[in-house]
Ligand binder design. Structure first.
Ligand SMILES: NC(=O)c1ccc[n+]([C@@H]2O[C@H](COP(=O)([O-])OP(=O)(O)OC[C@H]3O[C@@H](n4cnc5c(N)ncnc54)[C@H](O)[C@@H]3O)[C@@H](O)[C@H]2O)c1
Length: 246
C-alpha cells in the first residue's frame, strides 16, 4: 500500500524540501499551506498531473481547516499515515519590544497549531492503529534562540513538551510522535533574519562552521516517518552543528 504524508507549511522553505523528499521516497503527498496559490504552484512543480500530490489551503490556526484537510486527504487518497507539523511564524523582535498581540500571534501559529493538528490527526491515527507524527521544533526551543525572538523560542520549547505528551498518550496505539530541533539552516528564512554582513559572525558561533543542510533534515523526517521507526517516540533529534550538546 502506498502511504500518504501531509506536510504543513509546504509552499516554501523546509516544508517544501521535506515534501519533495517524501515524494521521492514513494509517499503520496498532501502539500498544505496558508498561502493556497503558492502551495498549488509548488504541488504543480512536483507533479503536474496531480497523480500523487494534492495541494490544500490550510491555516494551522483554524481547527476547521485541519479537520477539512484530513477529510479531503481521506477522500482523495483513502488514508493518511504521516503528519509533518512544519508550518511556523518566525519573528525576531527583541524581547522587550514584543507586544502581547504579537506574542499571541506567534504562539497561536506555532504552538497551538501543532497542538491542534497533533490532536486531530493523532485521534485519527490512534483509531487506525498506525501513524507517524514529526514536529518541527528548533534549537531555539532548547537554548532560547540565537537570531529568533522570545515568542518563537518559547513556542518551540512548548512543541518539544507537546511532542512528549502526545508521544506518551498515543504510544499504545501504534502512533509515534517525534520532534526535530534544527539549528540555523541554509534556507531563505535564515538569510532573511541574518543579513550578509552578520552571517560570518553567526558561522563563527557554530562549532562546525556552516549552516545546516535542509535536505538532511528531510532525510531524518523520512526515517522517522518509516514503519521501521516504531521504537522511537517522544524523542528530539538535534541537527544543530554542535550549537547545543546534551
Ligand atoms: N530555517 C531554519 O533554519 C530553521 C531552524 C529551526 C527550525 N526551523 C523550523 O522549520 C520549519 C520550517 O522553517 P522555514 O525556514 O522553512 O520557514 P518559512 O518561514 O520559510 O516557511 C514557513 C511556511 O509556513 C507557512 N505558514 C506560515 N503560517 C502558517 C499558518 N498559519 N498555517 C499554515 N502555514 C503557515 C508559510 O506560508 C511558509 O510556507 C519551521 O517550523 C521552523 O520553525 C527552521
Amino acid at each position: 500500500m502506498i502511504q500518504t504524508a501531509l506536510v504543513t507549511g509546504a509552499a516554501s522553505g523546509l516544508g517544501n524540501i521535506i515534501a519533495t523528499h517524501l515524494l521521492q521516497q514513494g509517499f503520496q503527498l498532501v502539500l498544505t499551506d496558508v498561502n493556497l496559490q503558492r502551495v498549488q504552484q509548488a504541488a504543480h512543480l512536483l507533479d503536474s498531473h496531480g497523480d500523487r500530490v494534492l495541494a490544500l489551503g490550510l491555516d494551522i490556526r483554524q481547527v476547521q481547516d485541519v479537520e477539512q484537510a484530513l477529510a479531503a486527504t481521506l477522500e482523495r487518497f483513502g488514508s493518511l499515515e504521516v503528519l509533518v507539523n512544519n508550518a511556523a511564524l518566525t519573528l525576531a523582535t527583541p524581547v522587550m519590544d514584543i507586544k502581547p498581540d504579537e506574542f499571541d500571534q506567534v504562539l497561536s501559529t506555532n504552538l497551538r497549531g501543532t497542538f491542534v493538528s497533533c490532536q486531530i490527526m493523532g485521534r485519527y491515527f490512534a483509531e487506525r492503529g498506525y501513524g507517524r507524527i514529526i514536529n518541527l521544533a528548533s534549537l531555539a526551543g532548547q537554548n532560547g534562540g540565537t537570531a529568533s525572538g522570545a515568542h518563537y523560542a518559547a513556542s518551540k520549547g512548548g512543541i518539544l513538551t507537546l511532542t512528549k505528551v502526545f508521544a506518551r498518550e498515543l504510544s499504545q496505539s501504534g502512533v509515534t510522535v517525534n520532534a526535530i530541533a534544527p539549528g540555523p539552516m541554509d534556507l531563505p528564512s535564515v538569510h532573511a533574519l541574518v543579513p550578509p554582513e552578520k552571517l560570518a559572525g553567526l558561522l563563527q558561533m557554530i562549532p562546525v562552521g556552516k549552516l545546516g543542510d535542509a535536505e538532511f533534515v528531510a532525510q531524518v523526517v523520512a526515517l522517522l516517518a518509516s514503519p521501521q521507526a516504531a521504537f522511537v517516540t517522544g524523542a528530539t533529534w538535534d541537527i544543530n552543528g554542535g550549537l547545543f550538546m546534551r
